[in-house]
Design a protein around this ligand. Structure first.
Ligand SMILES: C[C@@]1(CC(=O)O)C2=NC(=C\c3[nH]c(c(CCC(=O)O)c3CC(=O)O)Cc3[nH]c(c(CC(=O)O)c3CCC(=O)O)/C=C3\N/C(=C\2)[C@@H](CCC(=O)O)[C@]3(C)CC(=O)O)/[C@H]1CCC(=O)O
Ligand SMILES: NC(=O)c1ccc[n+]([C@@H]2O[C@H](COP(=O)([O-])OP(=O)(O)OC[C@H]3O[C@@H](n4cnc5c(N)ncnc54)[C@H](O)[C@@H]3O)[C@@H](O)[C@H]2O)c1
Length: 281
């Protein structure tokens, strides 16, 4: 169906921004900054954090102590020298004038910036997040009602299948195995590969996809892909298994999903878990 072109205005571009090993500057160390750290760590970025130690939230302190991806400076923002080599800036400070100054510097230097709570100083907004393995859902009300975004998130969470993340992970593995077996980009083979993956995803239930293991994947490729067919899970000997659940940022997310397995992790994780439980909802 053709899009209703007249309705194409007033929104924002929704993307999954790849931040791996990019440099993100976070200014401020309070409650909001601790949420920003969590959001950026999960994307494997390198964080520079600038905030006086006296104002650090307990969760921010735990992140600094636990993650080797954070470089911390115990001071206030110093000006454009702090922006050298930075790919993205997030400010969460209780000083509106400084926030606006940082935003202006970023705009001059063309660095994307988010200033918590000052929409005109944001090149992008944060949203309410749901994560389950590779599944990432962001609820955005485009600045209209953050609290409603939070409420809608809970409703969506309650309606997701338990094993949705596992199903996506397994399909991702199957897709890579298929690409190893039938490599190349585009052409007739590419079209056949895509059609077969669509058939697998539409003819198997989510719970069935979540149960795929290495052996079943190999058999599915042998009996299915090689013969241009999609066998039923029962034909591959599928049996039901226990399932995993959905997590949200700042609430149920396992800390080892956010932080690299580095020295000092376990001690820090206990503090982080405590602070996560005590954060605002
Ligand atoms: C989603 C979430 C993500 C996050 O920040 O991580 C987020 N705000 C959250 C919570 C929240 N923020 C506020 C309240 C109080 C209740 C209320 O006002 O609703 C609550 C609710 C609470 O605390 O429970 C106050 C507030 N926020 C902004 C303003 C300024 C203004 O509107 O002008 C004011 C008023 C200040 C004042 O009145 O003085 C602005 C923004 N907040 C955004 C994101 C962006 C738009 C997102 C969207 O529209 O979807 C945007 C534009 C910029 C940005 O910050 O990126 C997170 C929920 C996460 C979760 O729980 O899942
Ligand atoms: N978007 C949202 O969801 C949301 C929700 C609540 C509050 N806010 C807003 O976000 C901002 C931060 O909120 P908070 O609760 O984290 O505040 P907070 O007071 O807990 O933390 C502020 C932090 O900024 C640091 N700081 C102040 N000036 C600084 C400077 N010049 N350089 C470096 N660090 C500096 C302080 O030391 C402290 O660590 C406030 O403006 C608040 O209104 C946003």
């Amino acid at each position: 169906m053709a899009p209703d072109i007249a309705s194409l205005f007033g929104g924002s571009l929704l993307l999954a921004w790849q931040l791996k090993n990019k440099r993100v500057l976070i200014v401020g160390g309070g409650d909001v900054a601790s949420g920003r750290i969590e959001s950026v760590l999960v994307a494997d970025a390198l964080i520079t954090l600038i905030a006086p130690r006296a104002g650090l939230h307990s969760l921010t302190k735990s992140f600094i102590e636990t993650s080797d991806r954070i470089t911390y400076y115990d001071r206030t923002f110093a000006g454009s020298s702090d922006l050298v080599g930075v790919d993205m800036v997030l400010t969460a400070i209780d000083d509106v004038e400084s926030s606006r100054e940082i935003c202006n510097l970023c705009r001059t230097l063309k660095i994307p910036v988010n200033v918590a709570d000052i929409p005109p100083s944001c090149d992008f907004y944060f949203g309410s997040q749901i994560r389950s393995g590779p599944l990432q859902i962001m609820i955005s009300t485009n600045g209209q009602s953050p609290k409603l975004a939070n409420i809608i998130r809970r409703r969506i969470e309650n309606n997701l299948p338990d094993n949705v993340g596992e199903a996506i992970e397994k399909v991702g593995m199957l897709r890579s195995k298929l690409r190893e077996r039938a490599p190349g980009v585009g052409g007739e083979l590419g079209k056949r590969r895509m059609r077969w993956m669509v058939d697998v995803c539409t003819s198997w239930e989510m719970e069935e996809l979540a149960m795929l293991d290495d052996e079943m994947m190999a058999q599915l490729l042998d009996d299915g892909w090689e013969h241009n067919a999609v066998p039923k899970p029962q034909e591959l000997g599928a049996q039901s298994k226990p399932t995993r659940s959905v997590s949200t940022m700042s609430e149920k997310i396992p800390v080892n999903f956010l932080l690299p397995a580095s020295a000092g992790f376990i001690a820090g994780a206990a503090c982080v878990a405590f602070a996560l439980l005590s954060r605002r909802s």
